[in-house]
Design a protein around this ligand. Structure first.
Ligand SMILES: NC(=O)c1ccc[n+]([C@@H]2O[C@H](COP(=O)([O-])OP(=O)(O)OC[C@H]3O[C@@H](n4cnc5c(N)ncnc54)[C@H](O)[C@@H]3O)[C@@H](O)[C@H]2O)c1
Length: 329
């Protein structure tokens, strides 16, 4: 069956579908002809994420940590794609490990078990590259994950994701559910919803501060930290490909080998915004691992070759334009 034929007419529940990735995934599912139910407690997402597809999806405001709600909502679904999570930038995460651990475990395990109880055929576990230890080789192959502690700034969040992955693998084995486990790396895109500064991710935070004219521009860390960045639309399309193809078993990286440093990002954003601030790197602030990029061998084997929708230069221009549009409203 082709990927397109897989989604046509299928009942799909998207947990946390009003968030950033959901704002790309839900419209793609609608375009593919799926019958979509979005469940979100609006803790950080908004129904505006569904703009353009609001009339084509069923939206239920509910908390997936609530077991009876999760069981009711998973009833009759063929696929559950669970994006629900408490997600933050390192500024917040590194001071709230307990909250990140418990809330992320609940938003993960309760819907997983509800899907099992309702004999849902396929389930997507959305993990994160944060599961990898600080000294993992870069680009990082999947089997480096459970060796050593995860990076310290994200440890509560990362342990929740490690346990979620394990549960997904056990449920696949024990109950015959096809559980796809993906580890996205850093994601960006113009549908990002800017919020308070310590909860914002690296690209949107830089875009906001550069466009707002901060000068000098003080950047956390050395500027040498390198990341692989992938657009939200790429993430949505790759998630759909992997689930349609029945990818199951061990986790799969959702990212590629290409790396861009924070200093290079600053340059691209300044160019897109037409700004020339003096840039100061504050090495006394946490910056996370020096490099993070995926070994994409397994992803390419399972999902086929993939060409990202845009270059990072085009992506930064899109981010700058999106931020300007949002702040001019
Ligand atoms: N954005 C990234 O760079 C990135 C990177 C790696 C992994 N991820 C993972 O991808 C998934 C989606 O991330 P995102 O960036 O879209 O985050 P997001 O915060 O924008 O979206 C999460 C959504 O889940 C909702 N939600 C949270 N808890 C819920 C609950 N208990 N019940 C119902 N809804 C709930 C929120 O309101 C929000 O709409 C998460 O699992 C995250 O860990 C994201």
């Amino acid at each position: 069956m082709s990927d397109a034929a897989f989604w046509r007419g299928r009942s799909v529940m998207v947990g946390g579908g009003c968030g950033f990735i959901g704002s790309y995934l839900v419209p793609e599912l609608v375009t593919a002809g799926a019958r979509v139910t979005v469940v979100d407690n609006l803790e950080s997402g908004t129904v505006e994420a569904l703009d353009g597809v609001r009339d084509s999806v069923r939206f239920v405001e509910a908390d997936l940590r609530d077991r009876s709600a999760a069981v009711d909502l998973a009833r009759g679904q063929q696929v559950v794609l669970n994006l629900a999570a408490t997600v933050s930038g390192v500024g917040y995460s590194h001071r709230h490990h307990g909250e990140m651990l418990t809330q992320n475990l609940l938003s993960a395990l309760v819907p997983l078990d509800a899907a099992r109880q309702n004999e849902v055929e396929r389930f997507l576990v959305v993990s994160s590259c944060c599961v990898y230890p600080q000294d993992a080789p870069v680009p990082t192959p999947e089997d480096s994950s459970l060796v050593g502690e995860p990076e310290s700034v994200n440890e509560g969040y990362a342990w929740a994701k490690r346990i979620y992955e394990l549960a997904g693998q056990y449920y696949g084995r024990d109950y015959g559910m096809t559980v796809t486990i993906l580890r996205p790396f850093n994601i960006y895109g113009g549908r990002y919803r800017w919020q308070s500064s310590d909860k914002t991710h690296v690209i949107p935070a830089l875009v906001q501060r550069i466009v707002d004219g901060e000068d000098p521009l003080v950047v956390w860390g050395s500027g040498r930290q390198r990341r692989n960045f992938l657009h939200g639309l790429d993430v949505a399309r790759l998630m759909m490909r992997c689930v349609a193809r029945g990818v199951a078993g061990p986790p799969v990286n959702l990212g590629f080998e290409t790396q861009t440093s924070v200093a290079e990002l600053v340059e691209l954003i300044c160019e897109a915004a037409g700004r020339t601030p003096r840039v100061v790197y504050d090495t006394s602030r946490p910056e996370g691992q020096l490099a993070k990029a995926a070994d994409s061998t397994r992803l390419r084997q399972l999902a086929g070759e993939y060409v990202p929708v845009m270059t990072l230069r085009e992506g930064m221009a899109e981010m700058v334009q999106a931020y300007r549009q949002r702040t001019s409203l």
